[in-house]
Design a protein around this ligand. Structure first.
Ligand SMILES: C[S@@+](CC[C@H](N)C(=O)[O-])C[C@H]1O[C@@H](n2cnc3c(N)ncnc32)[C@H](O)[C@@H]1O
Length: 226
């Protein structure tokens, strides 16, 4: 594999920045959404995504460029997890993110099938049977078929608070969806593991070290009768 750390790729990265902007625009990121920038180089797209409030991981095989990306993040006071890694074996767990982007990056892998196979592993997206209500591109044609015109979509975040992640989790167990699924989890004998995993997710996401606060993204769609 070519070592992209030799020479001064930084100059090329400046030329490519408009494409990073286009790709990040096209991703229509919501605050808090998990994004992976594959072959992030010096971090062009990853930093733009972080600027929009996404939780971003940037991965590249050139250690020197990863260091440049980390320095840029420090200078811009942005939080991005920049990792030195191979696109063919991403150093990430299953379902680590919601969205994957790549700007002149994944096209350089030696094995396109192996490279692309990593994408649905780390970002499987919503279950196939769940309609993506939040996505205006998916919703507009369905609405049109039902006689409605999608006029606008406004993204925002909702603050969810509690006295602690554990207190919030205890309250959430009374949600009708949790009540309905509890017997299935109990029958499988994994309730403690599930509770601990949920607790860990809430602790990770918690924005208030003295209590519990998360901002959950949502959208408001406006329709008119067509
Ligand atoms: C043209 S640069 C693009 C960098 C960045 N996305 C940008 O827009 O400036 C290609 C990048 O792909 C990375 N790359 C190529 N093959 C890779 C692989 N198998 N694993 C990780 N990174 C790889 C290189 O290290 C290099 O930084």
């Amino acid at each position: 594999m070519l070592d992209w750390g030799v020479g001064e790729y930084e100059q090329t990265a400046v030329e490519l920045e408009p494409v990073a902007e286009l790709v990040v625009d096209m991703a229509r990121l919501s605050p808090g959404e998990g994004v992976i920038d594959l072959a992030c180089g010096t971090g062009n797209a990853a930093l733009l995504a972080a600027e929009r409030g996404a939780r971003v991981i940037g991965i590249d095989g050139a250690g020197r460029l990863i260091e440049v990306a980390r320095q840029r993040a420090r200078e811009q006071r942005l939080e991005v997890d920049f990792l030195d890694g191979n696109l063919l074996h991403l150093p990430l767990r299953e379902a680590a993110a919601d969205v994957v982007i790549s700007v002149f990056g994944v096209i350089f892998v030696s094995d396109p099938v192996a490279g692309l196979r990593e994408v649905p592993r780390v970002a499987p997206g919503p279950p196939a049977n769940r309609f993506p209500w939040y996505d205006p591109d998916a919703l507009a044609p369905v609405a049109r078929a039902a006689g409605l015109e999608l006029r606008s979509t406004q993204a925002s975040t909702l603050a969810i608070r509690g006295s602690s992640p554990e207190a919030y989790l205890a309250r959430a167990r009374l949600d009708p969806r949790a009540v309905a699924t509890a017997p299935i989890i109990e029958r499988a004998g994994v309730m403690d593991e599930v509770q601990e995993a949920m607790s860990a997710v809430l602790r990770d996401a918690n924005e208030d070290p003295d209590a519990f606060l998360v901002h959950t993204p949502y959208v408001v769609h406006e329709f008119a009768v067509a």
